[in-house]
Write a protein that binds this ligand. Sequence first.
Ligand code: PLP
Length: 475
Amino acid sequence: MTPEEFRAAGHQLIDWVADHRARIPDLPVAARTRPGEISGALPVHAPQEPESLEAVLADLDAIVVRGVTQTQHPGFYGWFPSNASLSSVLGDIASGGLAALGITWQSAPALTEIEQVVTEWLRELTGLDPAWKGAIQDTASTGTLVAMLAARERASELSEHAGGLQSVAQPLVVYSSAHAHSSVPKAVLLSGFGSDNLRFVDVDPTTYAMDPKALEAAMAADVAAGRKPAAVIAALGTTGTTAFDPVAEIVPIAQRYGAWVHVDAAMAGSAMILPEMRHLFAGIDGADSIVWNPHKWLGTILDCSLLYVRDVDHLVACMSTTPSYLRSSADDQVVQYKDWGIPLGRRFRALKLWFHLRLEGVEAIRERLRRDLANAQWLAETVAAEPDWRVLAPVDLQTVCLRHEPAGLDGEALDRHTLAWADALNASGTAFVSPSKLDGRWMVRVSIGAEATERSDVEGLWAALRANADAAGTQ
Ligand code: PLP
């Protein structure tokens, strides 16, 4: 494709994207397809001859769109917001067009230096101490894995047997809340600690936040048994209920035992741009690493996750490789992001964040987040005031955990009722929520925060919740 052919095709594609975004409110929120239906609608073999762009766009319309859950829909309340501002989409397109090779500073100095600038912008906007230095990772799962690898190496160094797990005499132990995201045990296992050495610390039964006394007791028991606490992973905004582990209490405990503190604020991190919400993050500057995702609530299209560390030298010591073909004369003056994580070749992800912040403006993003927080409070108060409905966890952020509990229903019958009305709501196409288990029973998470969701949409959701629950109750 020549640049001139690209220009014509690109205009058509941008028109397609703009039309698609405009019609999203009229589409069903949940993907409407059966397993295998989409792959079955495509040819088995790759085309030998070029096809027209019109044919490809027609397939996008006919086959692809129904196979995507519309996270940009005003009725999307599932999992967590996965906003993709059109400003950040433009940045992603620019990144593709530039086709920068992000392997070293020298291969694309702009890629490195704009990443330094935007991670520093976000550091300042979130009120973090200037000692934090950030890099963009693909996901929080990767950021947590990198943090665990760094924690493992520090723990093995502290045992005076530098050289990784193989050289450590004592088993190294990691602690997280029982409500930690699945990426946490995955990172702990992938970094070689072993499933026997991951402790799920009890949470407070009403706030669902980690109980620091239980953490301290678990660490003391491990030390008494000859094991070494290596890391604590604190969740600020758990996936189930957006609970906030008390980092200000966790940090001194972890420090007494020489353990690394990693903060998983994948969802909630966006709230740090609101000064009035920073009390939820008290103590965060005492941690060793933080991960949070602008690709969730902040609105920068997937994939864009930030990993901040305080001790860059230690991270680089864990991650760096210096083959002769990657050396340059600037090495001692520049940041080499290949040494801050796992991949060598890195995308120009900073551009989508740069476009997002520049074209949206921070104040407008703050106002959108405040709108969502107010909408969540409204929904929580409305649900709590309704007989037979219950709000099940504190609503510190924008997610409301709720259940319809009609008289006479409990246990498995209540579970069946919850899943029946949630599935009916999702099948209706007007809204999408994620049922999830809390204390062993099904409940429904309403995670407010899609860019398009206004108060009127949340009011419409509340009417739909009641209608579907009542209909399920009479079956
Ligand atoms: N941590 C928390 C608290 C999450 O809620 C999620 C995803 O929702 C993740 C980590 C994983 O994020 P990612 O998809 O960026 O790996």
